[in-house]
Design a protein around this ligand. Structure first.
Ligand code: HEM
Length: 460
């Protein structure tokens, strides 16, 4: 019997459709996700995350291994907790994991993801990073602002010397110095300092205490786990009240930054052709006039970049210095060794200068040891996978959140001797640095998203 060719054709189409369906279905079901705890409906694994998420995740990885898959609400997340996994996410497949998840913090406190930190991967983010690295934080420009750091640190020392008899909150003083340094570098002056109008200096527009409180709120809200980000259908309820606070602090900073931009534009207008950029806001305003840029820099982008610089440099540096001092005070032998090195290399006749740092290996080792044991971003900043990737036979689908637990890596007994002990000696004569090449020590992250302010951060 002869079979009509149309029937053969129809059968073939059917078979291929079925096979393609089976293949797709099979692929979907055969996703081999990394190991991890079983998720609950709705909350996923959020029940396992305590107030210090990096500690909770380090404990969970003891059971499930250095690559884990969890669910934060309905959001899939993978966590890397070893040197190899850090290398996988931040080096070998850096480009696949270079984006950021869209959080409400990025929406309301960073002018709709216009800062670098929350900006998703794309031309805008690439241009913003180029501007930071090639225009704002070039070694030459950083050196040109050295006098500001020197003046502010000397001011702090004078202040501390005067208050030898009175207890002080050191963290507050260090925060103020960092705020003053970054204000003078970025804005050209201390906008937040209360100055008497009669001194002839421009008046502060936000009292310093209020500005500090605003910065604290900004940092806190950018680090919280907001339930609405993870269980989107609950977002409208704002159960923790964070979204309301984000909107409020976003508006308060906006008022401040509008004033800063207006004042800088006014000087540009007044001085006309004679205008010379003095601070980083001036540089940004000049760049915004550049019609050759790949993506036009609007006013809201400049405001977001300015905030990036403040958020990046005040808390991070303050907390690191506070930890270092606290560890030194707990270990008199560290204090003695540091003093001995300073006496031997610098002597008592002059102050330490920035250029001296490389001749002070023990002091440098204290900084590295502090950043190992107390990294200010213990899970770095969350990343987002842009495409399907596989590792050791496991699938990581596109759209998965990625956390690298540098806190756990810094305390991994497979990498460090006596990891819980503060021992700067381990870094004396060691080639390990903090520049993102040694994956056992990543206080600034690594790869394309690595902190672009790391040189300034280290100087501060
Ligand atoms: C001790 C000082 C500092 C530490 C420990 C630190 C640490 C970090 C870390 C861990 C990240 C995330 C990296 C990643 O996602 O893989 C980051 C990102 C960032 N930091 Fe820093 N930082 C410091 C100082 C600064 C300074 C001084 C600035 C600017 C003035 C700055 C601006 C930024 C920006 C804009 C990003 C976002 C980069 C991006 O998403 O592409 N940081 N920083």
């Amino acid at each position: 019997m002869e079979i009509p060719s149309s029937a053969i054709y129809l059968a073939l189409v059917l078979v291929f459709t079925l096979l393609a369906g089976l293949y797709r279905g099979g692929r979907r079901h055969k996703l081999n996700l990394p190991p991890g705890p079983r998720p609950w409906p709705v909350i996923g694994n959020l029940n396992l995350i305590g107030p210090l998420p990096y500690r909770s995740l380090a404990a969970i990885s003891q059971k499930h291994g250095p690559l884990m898959h969890l669910r934060f609400g309905s959001f899939p997340v993978v966590v890397g907790s070893s040197v190899d996994m850090a290398k996988f996410f931040l080096k070998t497949h850096d480009l696949s994991f270079v984006s950021r998840p869209k959080t409400v913090a990025g929406k309301y406190t960073a002018n709709n993801y216009s800062n670098i930190n929350w900006s998703p991967y794309g031309p805008y983010w690439r241009q913003a990073r180029r501007i930071f690295i090639m225009e704002l934080f070039t070694p030459k420009r950083l050196d040109s602002y050295q006098y500001i750091r020197v003046e502010e640190v000397r001011g702090l020392l004078r202040d501390l010397f005067r208050s030898t008899e009175t207890p002080i909150v050191l963290k507050d003083r260090i925060f103020t110095v960092n705020l003053n340094i970054i204000s003078r570098i970025v804005l050209g002056r201390k906008y937040t300092q209360e100055q008497s109008v009669s001194s002839g200096a421009p008046a502060a527009i936000v009292p310093q205490e209020e500005f500090k409180e605003m910065m604290g709120e900004l940092m806190l809200l950018n680090g919280v786990i907001n339930v609405g980000d993870l269980i989107p259908w609950l977002n409208f309820l704002d159960l923790q009240g964070y979204v309301k606070r984000m909107k409020m602090v976003g508006k308060r900073f906006d008022r401040f930054l509008e004033h800063v931009l207006d004042e800088h534009n006014e000087r540009r207008r007044r001085e006309g052709k004679a205008f010379v950029p003095r601070d980083l806001v001036d540089v940004l305003l000049e760049l915004a006039d550049d019609h050759g840029l790949e993506v036009k820099l609007e006013r809201h982008c400049l405001k977001a970049f300015i905030l990036d610089m403040f958020a990046g440099s005040t808390d991070t540096v303050t907390v690191t210095i506070e930890w270092a001092v606290s560890e030194i005070l707990k270990r008199p032998e560290t204090f003695d060794k540091a003093t001995e090195e300073l006496d031997r290399v610098i002597g008592r006749g002059r102050w330490v200068e920035e250029e001296d740092v490389h001749r002070l290996p023990y002091i440098e080792a204290i900084v590295k040891e502090t950043m190992r044991i107390h990294p200010v971003a213990p899970l770095l900043v969350p990343r987002l996978s842009r495409e399907h990737t596989t590792v050791d036979g496991y699938d990581i689908p596109a759209g998965t959140g990625v956390l690298v637990n540098v806190w756990a890596i810094g305390r991994d007994p497979a990498v460090w001797d006596a990891p819980e002990e503060f021992r700067p000696e381990r870094f004396v004569g060691s080639p390990i640095d903090v520049k993102g090449h040694h994956f056992e020590l990543l206080p600034f992250g690594a790869g394309r998203r690595m902190c672009p302010g790391n040189s300034l951060g280290l100087k501060m």
